[in-house]
Structure formats: C-alpha cells, structure tokens
Design a protein around this ligand. Structure first.
Ligand code: HEC
Length: 130
C-alpha cells in the first residue's frame, strides 16, 4: 500500500513539474513569437493590398510604421540579453533597410516589389535561425 502511494505521489509530482517547465518555456517564447506573428500580419495585409492594387497610402504608411517599430525589437526579443550575434544582427539590419526602402506612396506594383524584398529578408533569417 505504501509503495502504491509513493508511486502515485511520484507520478503526480512529476506531472506537475513537467507542466511547470512547459509553461515557463512557453512564456519565455511568448514575446518573440508575438513579435513575429504581428509582423507577419502587417506584412501579409500590405502585400495583399498591393497585389489587389488597393494601395491606400495612409494604410500603407501605417503598416510601414508598425513594421519599423517591430523590426527594431528583433535583437532585444530574440537574443539572450547581452548576447552578440553578428549574423543575426546583419539579418535584422537587412530587414530594417528593406522596410525603409519601401515607399508607401509609390504605385502598387512598385510597392508589391518592395514588399517581396521585405519578405525575402524574413526568409533569409528563418533559414538560419528558425
Ligand atoms: C533576424 C532574424 C529574423 C527575422 C529578420 C525574422 N524572423 Fe521570424 N522568426 C525568427 C526566429 C528565430 C523564429 C523562431 C522564434 C521562436 O519560436 O521562439 C521566428 C519565427 C517566426 C514565426 C513563427 C512564430 C510562431 O508562431 O511560433 C513567424 C510567423 C515569423 N517568424 C514571421 C516573420 C516575418 C513576417 C518576418 C519579416 C517581416 C520575420 N519573421 C523576420 C527570426 C527572424
């Protein structure tokens, strides 16, 4: 009987520990993942608008401002604090340059092209880091 209680108690304790560890891991990734998901949303909407030839300058400027802000947080959200990673920083910088090079008052086809470059910047980093 005592053996059984120990067994059940041990199993419960183990499950609790595993759950705590899993939720701590999830929280640790919450910020970087949220950052990525919001960037994906902004970029997706802007690309969709440019493809459909519906480039509202105010909306496109808003998307560019958001992406600029979000991309500015890449290193802070993804690198361990104080860590240096020149390749990661290069990818982040390239993404920021491509966002800055996008002219939200240009014609839709030109914006679609600029946004493809932005998207390539996302993919370049994902190939190495995701
Ligand atoms: C400098 C590197 C870098 C750049 C640039 C970058 N990403 Fe990421 N991305 C990552 C890493 C690393 C992960 C994995 C994060 C994790 O799971 O904690 C990731 C994960 C993601 C995810 C999955 C998130 C989830 O639900 O787990 C999406 C979506 C995403 N990125 C979109 C984008 C978009 C859109 C861009 C460009 C606007 C972009 N990323 C630019 C490094 C980058």
């Amino acid at each position: 009987m005592r053996y059984l209680i120990c067994l059940v108690g041990g199993a419960l304790f183990g499950a609790l520990l595993a759950m705590t560890a899993a939720s701590a891991l999830q929280r640790r990734h919450a910020w970087p993942r949220a950052l990525m998901v919001v960037m994906q949303h902004e970029l997706g909407e802007a690309r969709e608008a440019s493809r459909r030839d519906r480039c509202d300058p105010a909306a496109m400027r808003g998307a560019q401002a958001h992406l600029t802000l979000l991309a500015g947080d890449l290193e802070r959200a993804l690198l361990a604090s104080g860590a240096k990673d020149r390749v990661f920083e290069k990818y982040s910088q390239d993404l920021r340059s491509s966002i800055a090079a996008w002219d939200p008052s240009a014609t839709c086809p030109l914006q679609a092209e600029a946004l493809s470059k932005v998207s390539q910047g996302c993919d370049a980093c994902h190939r190495d880091y995701r």
